[in-house]
Ligand binder design. Structure first.
Ligand code: NIG
Ligand code: FE
Length: 424
């Protein structure tokens, strides 16, 4: 298939973009791409590729931007129920961490999730996944973490593997058994940490090798935060996970600076995420590492807070910045990377070009898939978007509506922008 006549083709070629290089779009005017099976086989101008591939079936992308699919590298996609009641409380002034400490917050979703069957979990998660896909996310990371006990955490993993199998979108799975202190260990956080380290992680390794032997090992993540896991407990969990061969991630500095970002850099984690209260020393440590700084602007927005990730400090230091939705029922129920980009432009002062690179090639690197996805280059998986706009700066400028017209996933074309048709 020859996709041709794109007003702007954004290739994002050349690998993850560090510091001042962020925003290098590799733009080709009147661009074209040839796709065969699941892969990209040629990239160039429409004139060049029409000439080289005269007999190829065509797809017209006239008046449209053609770009890589969004990669959402941080979501808590799978849970049961909702927390509309807590949203109302938060908007009347009760702080998020107080709700968590009083047994609400993450723990209230844990209660609902533990009660839910595998079928219920899949049925409630599927529409979120499809909303992500129709908003242009072609690969998403998805965390467990609303089980906090082995049986439920394994059910979440199973459900995620089933969803990955059935849906066009690809999932990169993360084990977040250390999302909060399990209610059974309310007064003994070290006891729960020991349980994660000594029981859950070794069991996870065995379970994965039996149930998903062909997939790479999942990421292991920890919520390093006041009232969740201390820096020392986070180190215990991640060190053990690393020694078992799991790739690592961390939730750091969402509310308070505990040093989680430096820990991530030290342990060679794939990413450190949130980074709202990150110190200059932590930013320097990240910038010297291959750990991607993942900003989640939908989260402060969702909590009606004023501080966002200091993107320009991270870039000035030479760090690698990515964007994600953090889709979850407590702080950010939002499936759209387009909305994350709109917020990142305004509150993190990114240009549309920087935000697009952070949401494609750099976010692919945050899940260690930048060799396969995140850009339009020969040999890569054919995951692309045709947007209903002619200029990439419309992305970020416009928000609250969907600019995606068609999603191309592994070479298959899915129409999104169907419009309204009157049935007779
Ligand atoms: O990334 N920080 C921890 N986890 C989520 C919130 C989860 C929840 O409130 O249910 C986050 O913001
Ligand atoms: Fe999160």
């Amino acid at each position: 298939m020859l996709i041709h006549s794109a007003s702007q083709l954004l290739t994002l070629k050349g690998g993850p973009q560090r510091g001042a290089a962020l925003g290098t779009l590799g733009l080709i005017e009147n661009g074209a791409v040839v796709v065969r099976d699941e892969k990209i086989v040629a990239v160039g101008t429409t004139a060049e590729l029409k000439n080289a591939y005269p007999d190829e079936p065509t797809l017209d992308a006239g008046h449209c931007v053609l770009m890589p699919g969004f990669v959402d590298p941080h979501t808590h996609l799978i849970w049961a129920g909702d927390r509309a009641d807590e949203f109302e409380m938060k908007m009347s002034g009760v702080p998020y961490l107080d709700i968590l400490a009083a047994g609400g917050g993450i723990i209230s979703t844990v209660r609902a999730t533990r009660k839910a069957s595998m079928e219920t979990l899949i049925a409630q998660t599927r529409p979120r996944l499809l909303r992500m896909f129709s908003h242009g996310t072609t690969t998403a990371e998805a965390k467990t973490g609303y089980g906090l006990q082995t049986s439920t955490e394994l059910r979440l993993l199973k459900a995620l593997l089933a969803l990955d199998d059935e849906s066009p979108l690809d999932l990169a799975i993360t084990f977040l058994g250390a999302h909060a202190i399990a209610p059974e260990y309310k007064d003994n956080p070290q006891g729960y940490t020991d349980e994660v380290v000594n029981t859950m992680l070794p069991m996870l390794k065995e379970w994965w090798e039996t149930h998903a032997p062909r997939l790479p090992l999942p990421f292991v993540d920890v919520f390093c935060e006041h009232k969740a896991f201390t820096l020392e407990q986070s180190r215990q969990i991640l060190t053990k996970a690393g020694s078992l061969g799991f790739p690592l991630k961390i939730h750091a500095d969402e509310f308070e600076n505990l040093g989680g970002a430096s820990l991530a850099a030290e342990l060679g984690a794939a990413s450190a995420d949130h980074l709202v209260r990150t110190s200059d020393a932590d930013i320097q440590a990240l910038a010297k590492s291959d750990t991607v700084a993942v900003a989640l602007p939908c989260t402060p927005f969702g909590l009606a807070e004023r501080d966002y990730t200091p993107a320009n400090k991270i870039l000035a230091a030479g760090g690698m910045l990515a964007l994600a939705t953090d889709c979850n029922p407590g702080t950010s129920w939002n499936e759209s990377m387009q909305f994350a980009i709109a917020l990142a432009c305004r509150y993190m002062r990114l240009t549309p070009a920087q935000a697009i690179a952070a949401a494609t090639i750099n976010s692919a690197h945050a899940i260690r898939r930048s060799d396969l996805i995140g850009s339009i280059e020969v040999g890569k998986q054919a995951d692309m978007l045709i947007l209903s706009v002619q200029d990439y700066r419309q992305v970020g400028y416009r928000y609250g509506t969907n600019l995606v017209k068609q999603v191309i996933k592994r070479g298959q074309v899915y129409s999104v922008d169907v419009g309204y048709y009157r049935t007779a």
